[in-house]
Each structure stands twice: as C-alpha cells, then as structure tokens.
Design a protein around this ligand. Structure first.
Ligand SMILES: [Zn+2]
Ligand SMILES: [Zn+2]
Length: 244
C-alpha cells in the first residue's frame, strides 16, 4: 500500500493557501519526495507524517518552483535527527544546482548522495519502491518518474486456476504500480496520455496561480479520460492492489 500526498498543486509561485507542486509518497514508514518548491516544508508540517523518514528526493527539473524549497526541507530533516543517508535524484545538472543550495544548508547530520539520471534509467527508492524515469519535454532537462511496488503477498497459481483466471494475466496481477508524469501540458494532453498508458486514474496538478477554478481543466480532461480528478493541496490518495 502506498500513500501519496499532494502537498501542493500550483506552479510558478506559492500564493496564500496555494503551495507549489510536489508530492510526498509514503510506503511503510519511509518517505520519498517528488519536487521541492519554495515553502514545501509548510504543508508538510500540517500533514503530520514527520521528516525523519525522508530517504529520497526525486527532482523533475531545475526550475525554482520545483527546487527552491530544498534547503528548508533539509533543515527540517536535520532537525528531526536523521543520520541515515538521503539520496537526491534528478536530470543532468542536478549536482550543480543542489551543491549550490547546499552552501546555505551546509552542516547536516546525514550524508547526501546526488544521482543524475538519464532517460530510461532505473533506480531503487526506500521501502522497496522501484523507480524509473524518461525524459520529458520542458525546455530544460526534465524527467517524468514512474514508481512501482512489487506485490509482496504470495500469489497462488492454484487459486487462480480454480477461479479460471487466464494464465497470461498472472504477472500483471502480481504487480501494483503508480506513475507520475510532469510537464506543462494541457489537461486534454494529460488525459490522452493517461488513456494511451492504460492508467487507472489521472490527477491533474501544477495549476497556474492565475486559475481560480481548477474544475474547468478537470471537466475538459474527463471528456477524454473519465477517471480524472484535479489535485488539491493536502489531498492524500492511497494506492492499493486491485482486489482480484
Ligand atoms: Zn513548474
Ligand atoms: Zn518548469
């Protein structure tokens, strides 16, 4: 089971009551953060999941609205007395930017390992989550991430046979998965992508701060992909294996 909290769902700049796009993923006790814009620590504090268990940060790209909150988050993790290493993943250029930000967050009680990823690379995240990425189109090096969790309980072939499930479905039944794509695409483009990917659900995020009614984008996308929702700051989604 994976919990995903959309700490923020807006782009460009934080506004009163509107935080920048980032998602915190909880699996077991471990946390993985996706993007870290200015002020990310504030909605995170309200969530109550704590900071100590943050084992990895995956950054999509090096624009300020996705990374400027890093020093504050690192201080919160230090304040929570983490001593285990923290891995930071991102596209080429991540080390240059993160090392720059580290100059204002120099004395931390835990080591930081920076990993620059190429499109198609796979990597391991905390709590047995398996990460992979592909290049996304955004004018600067940018990655779209995919996170998968292998199903732990033993799948029983005898039981499947008794139920008459076709054999070719077994491997799919044994895996759960979650994907997050990130680029400045239109709602209908996101919907078309979700449909092409065979996704179960689509959650829209990174809204312009000028938008007052995000439900318009939601309605537009639903015409193409029915199971679409607009993300809201603080929304928690629990992903479970389909009950088969
Ligand atoms: Zn952005
Ligand atoms: Zn950007």
């Amino acid at each position: 089971m994976i919990d995903v909290c959309l700490l923020g769902t807006y782009g460009m700049m934080p506004m009163p009551g509107r935080w920048l796009s980032c998602a915190l993923v909880r699996c077991g006790a471990s946390l993985t953060l996706f993007d870290c814009g200015e002020g990310t620590q504030v909605p995170w504090k309200s969530l109550g999941w704590g900071f100590r268990q943050l084992g990895a940060i995956c950054l999509t790209h090096m624009h300020a609205d996705h990374i400027a909150g890093l020093p504050g988050v690192l201080f919160m993790v230090a304040h929570a007395e983490r001593t285990e290493p923290l891995d930071i993943y991102g596209p080429p250029g991540t080390a240059y930017v993160v090392e720059g930000l580290r100059r204002i967050a120099a004395d931390l009680p835990f080591p930081i390992h920076i990993h620059e990823l190429k499109s198609g690379e796979q990597f391991e995240l905390p709590a047995g989550l398996h990460g992979s990425c592909v290049a996304a189109s955004h004018g600067v090096p940018c990655l779209a991430y995919r996170v998968e969790l292998e199903r732990k309980p033993l799948f029983q072939p005898e039981q499947a046979q008794a139920l008459g499930l076709p054999v070719q479905l077994w491997s799919r039944l044994q895996h759960g998965e979650m994907a997050r794509a990130h680029a400045h695409m239109l709602a209908e483009e996101a919907a078309a992508l979700a449909q092409a990917a065979g996704a179960h659900a689509l959650i829209l995020t990174h809204f312009s701060p000028k938008i007052s009614d995000v439900s318009i984008a939601e309605r537009t996308a639903r015409r193409i992909f029915t199971n679409t929702r607009s993300g809201r700051d603080g929304m928690v989604v629990t992903l479970e294996y389909s009950k088969v």
